[in-house]
Design a protein around this ligand. Sequence first.
Ligand SMILES: [Mn+2]
Length: 275
Amino acid sequence: EVHRITAGEPRILETRSPVYVLGDVHGNLNDLEFFRKSFWPLGPEVTAGDFLFLGDFVDRGRDSIAVVSYIMSMKVLHPNKWWMIRGNHETREVNGNMEHYMEGSFLSQCIALFGDTDGYAVWEAVNNFFDTLPLAATIDDTIFCVHGGIPRELCRRGSSLDLIRNVECPLRSVQTNEVVYEMLWSDPSLPEQEQNDELDDSGFGVSARGCTCFGEKSIDLFLDIHRFKHVFRGHEAQQSGVGVSKSARLTTIFSTSKDHFSADVTATCGCVLVD
Ligand SMILES: [Mn+2]
């Protein structure tokens, strides 16, 4: 049912404030339950505001199945208040990587709960849904929301968001589409990359994880060409839950406090209310 709903949505969702924006949940049911009690204790239908999730629902945390089941169910119950876009973990090559994520892997958790045959079937069915997830969202035509970052191709003068709007759905492999790959995997450049002139004329370079990174210049171009004021994204762990960078035009939202920092570090899960 959720697959049918998301497959019918545009590739760029258009939402209106007030909207609560949550970043990566990564299988952390405890923190999701904290958000539920804090922000929609009586359910979304009696809460003034929409809910937008920036992807990365599964992997790392122990409760990937419960988290994704809850998020999918809420979409079925509240299709016009509850919004989701795709993260880099909503792909088979990442959430099927049991060697890397081990017991934190979504596929490992499906097999542990349902057994080999049914585990693979559940994992494949959920991934068929992930293939239909929208790729970006806007809030009040002012804020552009994406999981990782802005794509290089959309920082060229004369470029159009139709490049995203026209992406095929379902999209099984995100590697085959450079615009999508950059939106799901990019990170902002580090301050030293800006200072040491390691970025190209459009402000792009190579990120620590070996993907594209985008600098001040890229954000400037993107916001100017497409008439937005801010970019919201998730993808990178934030110790305080929310991080602001690039002259306050980029906000990183991370909605799990666990599984990303060493045991002696206290981290907080974050959320932004756009009102
Ligand atoms: Mn991510």
